[in-house]
Design a binder for this molecule. Structure first.
Ligand SMILES: Cc1cc2nc3c(=O)[nH]c(=O)nc-3n(C[C@H](O)[C@H](O)[C@H](O)COP(=O)(O)OP(=O)(O)OC[C@H]3O[C@@H](n4cnc5c(N)ncnc54)[C@H](O)[C@@H]3O)c2cc1C
Length: 392
């Protein structure tokens, strides 16, 4: 069955650029519109081993990127654990990552246009898009315009309860390991992601829980406490999808003649904030459906590929950041257990790398609990101590 032939993609981030490359390589006529083309989108730019295993071209190219083999996790009570990754993470500046992705799309035959899409209209033949002084037509529309599309189209705005907020600084300094710190009363975390010639530092949380201005204050206070100077730093802030428990992204990911991918479809892990993998995964599924002539199958295939996992993550996020286990917050216990038990250490490594899906996590935790607690008890007998974090 023939699929759509002339496709317009709105947005040239990882989701739109990857969908465009796959569709153009499959023989479709593709026009990608982005108001900035490659740009430094506020983002950590971190790629997990799971992402690199599925999309090896992200590791195999001449673009500058930081190879990261170590991380420090810090709980709100000050406990820390150092992780040594068997397979590295890569951290890109988003300008470099977007340039790489757009270059691949152009190489596959996609037309790249720098334009802002201000309006979308349905026509008898498909779609008409209004740019700055120019119009574009297509018979299928891929919406990849990120978390907040600035045009009225078939996709409605994401609900505030399904959004997260991140604030941060690019700092002119370097380090080799990445850091994730859990803070008291924060549904999110503080991070330091090293890049080739600077670090990206930030704080993410739920959009409705704390206004961005308060998050910025909290970030600056925390940086001061940790002795991190803001001299020469450049501030950034951005929204990201963060599905609430019980919400379903699939409500708004596709319709007659259109489909949304990446952040536009709400596809970000609500616990970790990882979105680039899901941007690529959704683009891959959509392109395959279109090329096989069955775009209507996209929501079901996306759900099987990663949607169910994200819905489960949404249910777990609340518990991870706020519930307690043996007298401490679960995120604190995770750090402490990984520090004192080799079994939990391996589990946290796999979670970080994306090799331990949330489905199956509970079973792995409970099947290893006896051994893990025995390992922790042995560590404590040797003088280490588990402390509580006052449920902060
Ligand atoms: C602070 C922060 C840190 C993050 N860190 C990480 C991380 O380390 N690792 C990770 O995996 N994920 C991270 N994420 C999530 C990640 O940034 C997103 O999930 C990812 O960029 C989604 O890609 P996308 O292509 O769907 O959207 P985007 O990358 O947002 O791309 C959307 C594109 O659409 C264009 N556009 C928008 N409106 C229009 C219009 N009207 N006309 C034309 N063009 C338009 C924009 O210019 C943009 O280029 C982070 C997010 C934030 C906010």
């Amino acid at each position: 069955m023939p699929g759509p032939r002339h496709i317009a993609v709105i947005g040239g981030g990882p989701a739109g650029a990857f969908a465009a490359a796959e569709l153009a390589a499959g023989g479709c006529a593709v026009t990608l519109l982005d108001e900035k083309l490659a740009w430094e989108k506020p983002c950590g730019g971190g790629l997990t081993p799971k992402t690199l295993a599925r999309y090896p071209f992200l590791g195999q190219n001449g673009r500058p990127k930081k190879i990261v083999r170590k991380a420090v996790l810090r709980a709100a009570n000050g406990s820390t654990v150092q992780l040594a990754f068997p397979d590295p993470f890569l951290i890109y500046s988003r300008y470099e990552l977007n340039s790489l992705m757009l270059e691949r799309a152009a190489h596959a035959g996609c037309e790249l246009v720098r334009d802002h899409v201000a309006g979308i209209e349905r026509t008898a033949a498909g779609w008409r898009l209004r740019g700055r002084g120019r119009e574009y037509t297509a018979d299928f529309l891929v919406i990849a315009a990120g978390v907040r599309a600035s045009f009225a189209g078939p996709i409605g705005p994401q609900q505030p309860g399904d959004l997260g907020c991140a604030v941060g600084y690019y700092l002119p300094r370097t380090q080799d390991h990445l850091e994730v710190h859990f803070l008291r009363r924060l549904h999110g975390y503080f991070w330091i992601f090293p890049r080739t010639d600077h670090v990206s530092i930030g704080l993410c949380g739920k959009y409705l829980a704390e206004p961005a201005a308060r998050m910025r204050q909290r970030l600056e206070r925390y940086m001061e406490e940790r002795g991190i100077s803001r001299a020469g730093a450049e501030f950034y802030a951005h929204l990201l999808p963060a599905l609430a428990p019980g919400s379903s992204w699939s409500r708004s990911c596709a319709g007659e003649g259109w489909a949304a991918v990446g952040d536009a479809a709400g596809l970000v892990d609500p616990i970790t904030g990882e979105g680039i993998y899901y941007a690529l995964r959704s683009a891959e599924e959509l392109a395959a459906c279109c090329l096989e002539g069955c775009p209507q199958q996209y929501p079901a295939r996306l759900r099987a590929a990663c949607g169910m996992e994200l819905e489960l993550a949404a249910r777990l996020a609340e518990r991870f950041y706020h519930d307690t286990f043996l007298g401490g917050r679960i995120c604190t216990r995770m750090v402490q257990f990984a520090r004192y038990s080799p079994l939990f250490y391996r589990l946290v490594l796999d979670l970080f790398a994306g090799r331990q899906p949330y489905g199956g996590l509970k079973e792995r935790v409970f099947s290893g609990l006896n051994t893990g607690l025995r390992e922790i008890a042995v560590s404590m007998l040797r003088g280490s101590r588990l402390t509580t974090d006052e449920h902060g």
